[in-house]
Design a binder for this molecule. Sequence first.
Ligand SMILES: C[C@H](O)[C@H](O)[C@H]1CNC2=NC(N)=NC(=O)C2=N1
Length: 96
Amino acid sequence: MVEKLSADARATLLRELDGWEEVDGRDAIIRKLKFKDFNEAFGFMTRVAIQAEKADHHPEWFNVYNRVEVTLTTHDCNGLSERDEKLAKFIDRIAG
Ligand SMILES: C[C@H](O)[C@H](O)[C@H]1CNC2=NC(N)=NC(=O)C2=N1
């Protein structure tokens, strides 16, 4: 069972993260990233995919050439959980 973050934990998380925004109309966060080219973007996605599979927590994402948009939420609790926190922090570490 996965629990939603408390309102406090959620607010703290949004302050700690780098460039994430709340998604309109749903309990989710999105970060829009731009890379030098497709190779850099896909390299990033590969690293996130390996981490996501390990943690059994998967992003919703969109890619065109050098742009990647990552949306995080936890379907199992219909909102943000510690799983999103961990994956968002991983993404911030590797995105620089
Ligand atoms: C059965 C399996 O553990 C679940 O479906 C996992 C897989 N990946 C997931 N990813 C995300 N983003 N949210 C989930 O609730 C989720 N649940």
